[in-house]
Design a protein around this ligand. Structure first.
Ligand code: SAM
Ligand code: MD0
Ligand code: SF4
Length: 370
């Protein structure tokens, strides 16, 4: 018989998580339902101990380059959706991207994250993806750092080519694993293809990041379902971001959810994925929101952006960017204040190398070059 949520005891559930015995869907929902501050703090405390077990006090730092804001898609939550006239559009040149990447390296980040809308320029039939792969390859060679790409759903040959040139990570967030909600958030996109893409990426030899949005109409059961889907795919990095309303988009009048929801989801993710990477994104509340995410168990600071390079974030296009807060220098004192410090480039490189070594590669090409 399955237990009802009210019959769980917090102490028992947390102890089970602490001993890494796995949590049932009901137990996950129970934790996601916590309301009392004292209980939520107990959850955070266990999340922090589990992070400590695998990562000590070291935090990883990701530099972020949103190099194109053009997109062919119509995601209801996103500013970059094709028809949005209020979105500032730009496509950085290769030279600009290299300069930004160099700045990020000098600032001390551990990884470069290259993100774009599904830009028709790169999605064009003639050599578009070839130029994307070359661009990413150049960033990898010139920076010498691990590289992550978030290009959207690309043909599988592109995943193979990215893996072949030494790209380390493929990030693609399902947002929700409730198919009905997905169809509303990502109109005219295939749920199955987006999910399958992450399995294909892993089989090609790429580490994979999966993620969800909080505050877009999901239930607690949906969140628990997403967490189990992340376990099933063996994601290496798992994230949640609170929805931020975007001007000119269909969800511009939606409220942003109370941040405590995101914090609880981060903490439960840490319980379920003690040795995986969990971002604290500066793209939601800037540096102001960093410490609460770290207290919930995150171990990667993402969306570090060099100032004055004309770069926009995704959810918070300008927050803290040109003030220089979203930089390594800007976050170091905040890490220290909560008893944490940055890892080294070598620490991060070792983690990536060891995880890539565990991937079981498969030939997904089907023998045909697309
Ligand atoms: N275009 C690629 C894709 O959709 O996979 C990569 C870039 S896309 C902007 C990256 C992620 O940003 C989305 O998957 C979504 O989770 C997040 N995002 C977009 N708009 C957001 C918003 N309004 N609030 C919070 N997160 C948002
Ligand atoms: C972030 N704005 O880390 C970035 C982005 C894409 N891989 C990441 C959504 O918050
Ligand atoms: Fe395009 Fe990605 Fe935004 Fe969707 S989430 S509109 S695919 S940039």
């Amino acid at each position: 018989m399955t237990k009802t949520i009210s019959s769980f005891k917090l102490g028992d559930t947390l102890e089970k998580a602490y001993n890494q015995q796995g949590l049932s869907k009901e137990e996950i929902v129970f934790l996601l339902s916590l309301k009392e501050e004292r209980e939520i703090n107990q959850l955070f405390h266990v999340a922090q101990s589990l992070r400590q077990r695998y990562f000590g006090d070291k935090i990883f730092l990701y530099g972020f380059i949103y190099f194109s804001t053009y997109c062919r898609n119509y995601c209801t939550f996103c500013s970059y959706r094709a028809p949005n006239k209020l979105c500032p559009r730009y496509r950085k040149t290769e030279g600009e991207i290299m300069e930004i990447a160099q700045r990020l390296v000098e600032s001390g980040v551990h990884l470069i994250d290259l993100t774009m809308g599904e830009d028709p320029f790169y999605y064009r039939r003639e050599n578009g993806f070839k130029s994307l792969v070359e661009l990413v390859g150049r960033v990898k060679v010139e920076t010498g750092l691990p590289v992550m790409v978030s290009p959207g759903v690309v043909p599988k040959q592109v995943l193979i080519d990215l893996a072949d040139i030494g790209v380390d990570w493929y990030a693609c967030y399902q947002e929700t694993h409730n198919q009905q909600l997905f169809r509303w958030l990502r109109p005219n996109q295939s749920y199955d293809s987006r999910l399958e893409e992450k399995y294909l990426a892993k089989q090609s030899g790429l580490l994979v990041e999966e993620g969800i949005l909080a505050g877009v109409g999901e239930s607690r059961i949906d969140v628990a379902t997403s967490m189990q889907a992340m376990q099933d795919m063996g994601a290496h990095q798992v994230r949640v971001m609170s929805f931020i309303p975007q001007r000119g988009s269909p969800m511009s009048d939606w409220p942003s959810p109370p941040r405590i929801h995101e914090m609880i989801i981060i903490a439960v993710l840490r319980l379920l994925f003690p040795d995986r990477l969990i971002p604290a994104s500066l793209d939601i509340n800037g540096v102001e929101g960093l410490q609460e995410r770290l207290k919930a168990g995150a171990n990667v600071v993402t969306s570090l952006i060099p100032p004055h390079m004309g770069l926009a974030g995704v959810a918070q296009a300008s927050l803290g960017v040109d003030d220089g807060y979203r930089t390594v220098k800007g976050v170091l004192p905040l890490l220290q204040e909560v008893g944490l410090r940055t890892a080294t480039v070598e620490d991060y490189g070792r983690w990536v190398k060891s995880e890539k070594g565990k991937l079981v590669k498969k030939d997904i090409s089907g023998g045909v070059k697309e």
